[in-house]
Design a protein around this ligand. Structure first.
Ligand code: SF4
Length: 263
């Protein structure tokens, strides 16, 4: 597969995210994602105003209508997020739900205090809900494994990007041990190969490590130009998952490319 080129496509928004421009909490603290975000889960909650991981392809500043540099540099818990979550849960209608953490930020921003994430997981679990973590900082996330059980999902994003392309992210080679640790706690594990930046790397990762994930999700790079042949990549990835008997999901955008044979 050819290398990815870094040319930005036009911005596109991402539906309700339950956050105002300055990070204030509104009534949609726990919200139902719309559009492409729906593929992440039925419910979501965003804890921080920004994310320090600086992935070049990050869509969150566009969704939040925030300046990209401010989004990466000004990372705080959303004002009153823990208390607002508590009050939202007291309404009693959000229970036995799987709640995705997080859509517009990482629940464990590297170099920042992630205590609010722990408090929110506690609150959600106390009300009988389940969490679906997605992070690029599994080392910090493992602190909260004691709160989670077999109804929860712990996941990492793996893209095959270089350090330059995800400069704030932690060393991916060390992540797999955290996935194994989550499994020891009885927590279900998943991986989001989205957006795929290095197709060969991702195929190799599926082949070598796929068995440590209870669910594999695969999605293409959107809104940025790429020289990856998506149809070819998707077909190979799906064949590999089927051959190994993995539980996998091809995201809609990639599935469409596979059906239409597009690049
Ligand atoms: S980890 Fe996610 S939210 Fe953070 S910069 Fe990367 S893509 Fe954006």
């Amino acid at each position: 597969m050819a290398n990815t080129t870094w040319h930005r496509m036009p911005d596109r928004g991402g539906g309700a995210v339950g956050v105002g421009e300055m990070g204030e909490v509104n009534v949609n603290t726990i919200y139902v994602p719309k559009g492409k975000a729906k593929e992440y889960g039925d419910y979501a909650l965003n804890i921080y105003t920004g994310c320090p991981h600086r992935c070049y392809y990050c869509f969150a500043p566009n969704v939040l209508h925030r300046d990209r540099e401010t989004f990466h540099a000004d990372v705080r818990p959303r004002k009153g997020i823990v208390e607002a979550t508590r009050k939202r849960l007291e309404q009693g209608d959000v229970t036995d739900k799987l709640i995705h953490l997080c859509f517009t930020c990482d629940p464990y921003p590297t170099g920042h205090d992630s205590t609010p994430t722990r408090e929110i997981i506690k609150l959600l679990k106390e009300r009988g809900n389940h969490v679906q973590i997605l992070t690029k900082n599994p080392a910090d996330a493992s602190r909260d494994f004691d709160l989670m059980d077999r109804n929860d999902w712990f996941g990492v994003t793996l893209t095959g990007a270089t350090v330059k392309q995800e400069p704030g992210s932690t060393n991916q080679k060390k992540w797999l041990s955290r996935i194994t640790a989550a499994r020891h706690f009885g927590i279900k594990t998943w991986v989001s190969f989205e957006p795929v930046i290095n197709a060969e790397w991702v195929l190799s990762c599926i082949a070598m490590h796929g068995e440590i994930f209870d669910k594999i999700k695969i999605g293409k790079l959107n809104y940025w130009l790429s020289e990856i042949n998506w149809s070819e990549f998707g077909t190979k990835a799906e064949a590999l998952c089927k051959e190994r008997g993995f539980d996998y999901y091809i995201k809609d955008g990639l599935r469409a490319e596979m059906m239409h044979g597009g690049r």
